[in-house]
Ligand binder design. Sequence first.
Ligand code: KIV
Length: 276
Amino acid sequence: MPQQPKKQTIPGVHAKKLQGSPIVMLTAYDATQAALVQKAEIDIILVGDSLGMTVLGYDSTVPVTIDDMVHHAKAVRHGAPDTMVVVDMPFLTYHQNIETTVRLAGRLMQEAHADAVKLEGGAAIVTHIKALVQAGIPVCGHLGLTPQAVLHMGGYKVQAKDVVSADQLMDDALAVEQAGAFAVVLECIPSVVAKRVTETVRIPTIGIGAGEFCDGQVLVFHDVVGLTQGSRPKFVKQYAALGDSALDALKAYRDEVVSRRFPDLDHQYNISISEP
Ligand code: KIV
């Protein structure tokens, strides 16, 4: 029997940083995608609140709810029982009181069997990160372009482009590390800033649009396989064109039904009905 790769752990990702072995993370939002990601032996699945755009058809992550995240994280867990799953805490679920933060993160752990949660923000949310870690809930941080703050940022733009904001990001990374996060996602920042953070903090940095010096990389499933409609950011690399193949298949299906070429003899039950 083929050997099942062992599920990644927090000590495992820390060891990867020390060994200089890149950590691979990819998003997934349902059981089918998660099963593929697990088969590809990717270290970590992120159930990102990007599901608002990739799956639910919103134009940002802001409308995504905790119920949405629980629902999709459950499906991902069913599809990938042997892969580490990190789940995003969506907009406004960790900005009220600590009890609410712990209760809602607890839903992701207990109902969806997540291995960790991810929160966007730095020094401003360290009390929430600390409370989660103390409650036994592993936390991944997220700095740089934080999509839940897109209204403040005025769009999806490269962050930390000047010395002041790069220093601020460094301070936030240290704050998130000190609060007990086991890793931090760095999104859409200059490579040189990500390099400085990666060399300074002891926890792994996982970059998306943050360049080659991070300890790991994360991309969005739909971008990697070519299911994303419209323009893509510069940092996205598309490895397949499933959207184009799917469209060809759908058009061929429609044409064959309309022209009565489907179903043909190979795709129907030509069984004579026997007398009782
Ligand atoms: O929601 C998401 O997919 C993310 C990644 C972009 C890191 O947070």
